[in-house]
Design a protein around this ligand. Structure first.
Ligand SMILES: [Zn+2]
Length: 389
């Protein structure tokens, strides 16, 4: 289900008229309404690729950097990272507690953790010039006005090495409602803002928004039993991002059906009980995002679309389902082998895992093989009592 803050992200993310690009069946978005562009699609989209393009950022997760950036902790192709100049760090839940663990309600800022974070980032991205730390969730200390907002994120940003141009992209309560909003919903209370540290140690809002392309870097080569397992995890995540995009795509498709390519066909809101009437391109898109939640549109299985579009969406969805079933089938095969009677296959698999974890740099997580998070996660998932089965 889309989160409440997804509304402020979707408002920016969904294409607005005039639609200059063709309809993007390959849209990937998160449940927070942020677009992710797989690298291979970027190459198709843009003839020229500029590493230094100031609006193109390559995504990396904060946990990976906070854990030391070991090769085994990521599915990205590490040699690729060496080219990247603009890094977007997804500041994940739990990062605050790594940087400033709470002791009796007071944050004890770990300068060593902050230093390691930047050292790891510089090591993995030796050409980095710009970094944006993206916190797309509500900072709890935000609620308590006696405390500064984003205490850990702020310290992280302020500790950035001088030669990196750093900013923080945060989620905060809206100071005013967005333009053209007619209805006030709880979902409208959020906005995204870009902050930068200034030379006098302040932290200043520089933009009410931040439009950029966020690229998913290419995956590493998956081989051996560890690679086979990790590849499934990676594919599952990618397919989920495409699945989440179905609702927003339905919204865009309907708007374009009535108003794209010179058409002027006003229409009534297709949601039952709603009397909104759309006379201009883009009105329905904003209305659907802000007034009707996107998931309900998706759950009605494309019923609000004209026949031809509905068929296209059904084909697209079954294509995604088929890919998902392939991944699930592969997972089941692994599970069955691991749990086969006699345990002979299990011993083989375990030997293969240990061999890779002990000897291959690609799967190094900085720990002993048996202590590796990769191994712990694998054995947890393979256990028949695991609730995810
Ligand atoms: Zn409506």
């Amino acid at each position: 289900m889309f989160t409440q803050q997804s509304v402020c992200n979707l408002r920016v993310m969904l294409p607005q008229p005039p639609w200059t690009k063709s309809f993007n069946w390959n849209l990937h978005i998160t449940l927070d309404g942020e677009e992710r562009i797989p690298f291979h699609l970027l190459r198709i989209e843009a003839a020229k690729l500029f590493w230094a393009d100031p609006n193109t950022y390559y995504l990396v997760e904060s946990h990976w950097l906070l854990e030391g950036g070991y090769p085994g902790g990521t599915c990205y192709d590490l040699p690729f990272l060496a080219h990247v100049q603009n890094v977007e760090v997804e500041y994940q839940h739990g990062s605050d507690n790594r940087i400033g663990p709470l002791h009796d309600g007071i944050r004890d800022i770990r300068q060593d953790v902050v230093r390691n974070f930047w050292n790891t980032l510089k090591k993995r991205f030796p050409r980095v010039r710009r970094a944006v730390i993206n916190q797309n969730w509500e900072s709890l200390s935000d609620k308590d006005y006696n405390k500064p907002a984003f205490p850990c994120l702020k310290i992280l940003v302020e500790s950035c090495p001088l030669k990196i141009d750093v900013s923080a992209f945060v989620l905060e309560e809206a100071s005013s409602l967005p333009e053209n909003t007619t209805i006030t919903l709880p979902t409208n209370k959020w906005q995204r803002s870009l902050y930068r540290p200034t030379l006098d140690g302040e932290w200043r809002k520089v933009a009410p928004c931040f439009n950029r392309k966020t690229i998913l870097m290419p995956m590493k080569r998956f081989h051996g039993p560890v690679g086979e397992f990790e590849k499934l995890r990676y594919l599952r995540n990618r397919l989920a991002l495409q699945h989440f995009a179905l609702g927003p795509l339905v919204i865009e498709a309907l708007d374009r059906h009535h108003f794209d390519e010179g058409r002027q066909e006003p229409f009534l809101c297709p949601e039952s009980g709603c009397n909104a009437y759309f006379e201009k391109a883009g009105q329905w898109t904003m209305h659907a995002i802000e007034t009707h939640n996107v998931p309900s549109i998706k759950e009605k299985r494309f019923d609000i679309l004209p026949n031809k579009l509905r068929d296209a969406f059904e084909r697209h969805e079954s294509d995604l389902e088929r890919k998902r079933e392939e991944v699930a089938g592969e997972s089941r095969r692994m599970f069955n082998e691991w749990n086969e009677e006699g345990g002979e296959k299990r011993r083989d698999i375990e030997r293969g895992w240990m061999d890779q974890l002990e000897n291959e740099e690609a799967w190094d997580t900085g720990t002993e093989a048996r202590e590796s998070e990769l191994w712990k996660f694998f054995t947890m998932v393979m256990n028949p009592t695991w609730c995810g089965q």
